[in-house]
Design a protein around this ligand. Structure first.
Ligand SMILES: NC(=O)c1ccc[n+]([C@@H]2O[C@H](COP(=O)([O-])OP(=O)(O)OC[C@H]3O[C@@H](n4cnc5c(N)ncnc54)[C@H](O)[C@@H]3O)[C@@H](O)[C@H]2O)c1
Ligand SMILES: [Zn+2]
Length: 398
């Protein structure tokens, strides 16, 4: 028996309480501005120090944004101190691919003397939120981040998450950090200027989460897909809200917000999506690649597992009705695409774990992929979408 008072060890589990603040508004710099103001806490009787950052394309599409931000702060100067002018960063995947932009952001935080109680309010698409969010997560080991997502994808999925990061070594999100945002505000007005392509793009994540968790939402998406694709906000906004809530619920109640466990259901369809994005040199939007990835894993679920073929057809039809083409030349490069399986495994660590479907709302995990069935699934998605395009062309010419 040892009497050494030094050797040995202790396992001490601990948990940290987080609050995820998610708000939905219609005009955040107009009638609803108090929603933002209420989220910015004064510290020790001093006004909250707030720096605003925005996606260049959002600034271009909303020329009055700069003035609105200034007015917002000026009208409540005892409560909010605006730190510098609105900082504009390149919109789209470019910000995640240019590593030196990260250093520039950190330099601005430094010269602005931001500290852990300061707020960075970032207004932009998912790419800008990811990159600015990462800079915020590592500066002083974390400032307070308020996200104002401006695309459907960032409102119904990415903006709600706790992941921040940029691309490195030609790999998606290779450099990043888990960090919960201080708050997220989904504002309908900010969506008005997003391009049609980006508007549609975000709904692949809503289809994804509905297949995993909510058969009723999936039925709603199938029924209203064409209207959503035509930007009918009366049907699109409730879908965005429901999808955001499902993502929030998964993060806050799913028991694994920082993805320590094997199962990664929200990454359904993402092993191929991430690879397709990189293979296309980021010509494909994340949401477009996810639409193809969801289609591939759904068809695979029907070929290699128990998902009824009719359900797989319904999923593809829903994606096509939303306006996804589900086609790109990279789908023909099957071998390179399948390398995405190993890259996905490496990103997560441990053994390969993919989510597949038994039925809508009934996901399960697999650890091995039958390559023959996967190749067949990829071919089937490519040929079904080609067929749909031809049919569409015929309809238009007759
Ligand atoms: N962190 C996560 O959990 C998570 C989850 C899913 C996706 N993502 C990431 O999100 C990114 C994709 O985000 P996205 O689909 O929002 O695309 P995006 O950020 O690339 O935006 C698409 C384009 O629209 C522009 N834009 C954005 N909002 C606009 C507006 N209101 N008006 C006019 N133009 C506007 C952008 O500048 C860009 O050019 C990818 O990098 C993806 O990896 C992250
Ligand atoms: Zn995604």
């Amino acid at each position: 028996m040892t009497t050494d008072p030094y050797t040995g060890g202790v396992d001490a589990p601990f948990s940290v309480p987080f609050v995820h603040r998610l708000r939905f508004t219609h005009d955040i710099f107009g009638a609803d501005q108090q929603v933002l103001a209420d989220l910015l806490e004064c510290a020790d009787g001093q006004p909250a120090r707030v720096q605003f950052w925005a996606d260049s394309n959002v600034v271009e599409a909303h020329p009055d944004l700069r003035t609105k931000v200034q007015q917002f702060c000026a009208q409540r100067s005892s409560h909010v101190e605006r730190v510098g002018n609105l900082q504009v960063v390149p919109g789209g995947e470019e910000i995640k691919n240019e590593i030196h932009i990260l250093e520039r952001m950190l330099k601005i935080f430094n010269v602005s003397n931001l500290d852990r109680r300061s707020y960075v309010v970032v207004i932009g698409g998912g790419a800008v939120l990811d990159a600015v969010g990462f800079a915020v997560a590592i500066a002083h080991r974390g400032l307070r981040l308020v996200r104002l997502p401006t695309t459907t994808l960032s409102q119904d999925d990415s903006g709600i998450g706790v992941k921040n990061g940029v691309n490195l070594f030609h790999k998606k999100n290779w450099l990043g950090a888990f960090a919960a945002p201080w708050a997220v505000i989904n504002d309908a007005t900010l969506l008005a200027t997003v391009s049609d392509r980006d508007f549609v793009s975000g709904f692949s994540e809503a289809v994804k989460v509905s297949l995993l968790k909510d058969p009723k939402l999936f039925a709603e998406l199938c029924k209203n897909a064409k209207h959503i694709g035509q930007r009918d906000m009366a049907v699109a906004l409730p879908v965005i809200r429901r999808s955001a809530e499902l993502h929030l619920d998964h993060i806050t109640q799913g028991g694994d917000p920082f993805e320590m466990l094997e199962a990664r259901p929200l990454d359904y369809g993402h092993w191929s999506a991430h690879k397709l994005e990189a293979m296309s040199e980021f010509r494909l939007r994340h949401g477009e690649a996810v639409a193809m990835g969801v289609a591939i894993d759904t068809v695979y679920s029907s070929l290699a597992h128990d998902l009824p073929e009719a359900v797989a057809d319904q999923v593809i039809q829903c994606l096509l009705d939303l306006g996804f083409g589900l086609q790109c030349p990279e789908l023909q490069q099957t071998e390179t695409l399948l390398d995405g399986l190993e890259e996905f495994r490496q990103h997560l660590g441990g053994r390969l774990t993919l989510t597949m479907l038994n039925h809508v709302g009934d996901p399960f995990d697999i650890h091995e992929v039958d390559r023959q069935h996967m190749c067949a699934a990829i071919d089937r998605v490519a040929s079904l979408s080609k067929q749909a395009k031809e049919n569409d062309g015929n309809c238009q010419t007759t």
